[in-house]
Ligand binder design. Structure first.
Ligand SMILES: C[S@@+](CC[C@H](N)C(=O)[O-])C[C@H]1O[C@@H](n2cnc3c(N)ncnc32)[C@H](O)[C@@H]1O
Length: 189
């Protein structure tokens, strides 16, 4: 079975275009940022956010190896998206990625939190352009990740069905602890 990280990339590839803006709301080791940079190309722009400097250093190294220079690295809590992303990106961003949980190879106690994740998602949806897509990869299998995934599911369900289309993809069926990929598409008016 294709990994959910790869599935997120495949889905985003169907909507994100060269020259566009994209946001990686959890930069981590930089794999998603690198993918977004390669998709928008040299004329595009990527904002990579992480709460940890360690993660941004990893991301910077990966981007340099891949010759990606169109990425702005921002050390910040993603719940502050409105303050850190330029307002011209509102309703104009092709893709936004969240890959929740902890930094692989880093401090496993520093994880995304339900409240700040929900604040970030609520803000992020306003940055999507019509036809744009947000992916949220959640990990119910670790402490805190279960309640975070439930809260995201509830958040998805209260989105206006005339404005957003949502989908949930599970890694394995019949397992409450399996990672899940939430997908939000902003519909054309
Ligand atoms: C699973 S990793 C992301 C993996 C990454 N997207 C990649 O491709 O390598 C989750 C990241 O979220 C970051 N994080 C946790 N809480 C955050 C917050 N409130 N705001 C921004 N980043 C946060 C962690 O520091 C960690 O690096």
């Amino acid at each position: 079975m294709t990994r959910l990280t790869d599935q997120a990339h495949e889905l985003i590839s169907t909507v994100l275009r060269p020259g566009e803006t994209a946001i990686d709301a959890t930069a981590g080791n930089g794999h998603d940022s690198c993918f977004l940079c390669q998709t928008v190309g040299p004329t595009g722009r990527v904002y990579a956010i992480d709460i940890q400097e360690t993660a941004l250093k990893q991301t910077a190294d990966l981007l340099a190896e891949a010759n990606c220079f169109q990425c702005e690295l921002i050390c910040c809590d993603h719940s502050q998206l409105h303050e850190i992303i330029p307002s011209e990106c509102l309703n104009a961003t092709g893709a936004i990625m969240f890959n929740l949980g902890y930094l692989p190879g880093g401090d496993h106690n520093l994880i995304t939190q339900r409240t700040s994740t929900l604040t970030a998602l609520e803000t992020a949806k306003d940055f999507l352009r019509p036809g744009g897509m947000m992916t949220i990869l959640a990990y119910p299998g670790h402490p805190g990740g279960d309640e975070e995934a439930v809260a995201i599911d509830q958040w998805l369900n209260q989105l206006s069905a005339s404005a957003y289309q949502t989908e949930t993809i599970l890694a394995r069926s019949n397992s409450a602890t399996a990672p899940c990929l939430f997908v939000v598409r902003k519909l054309e008016p």
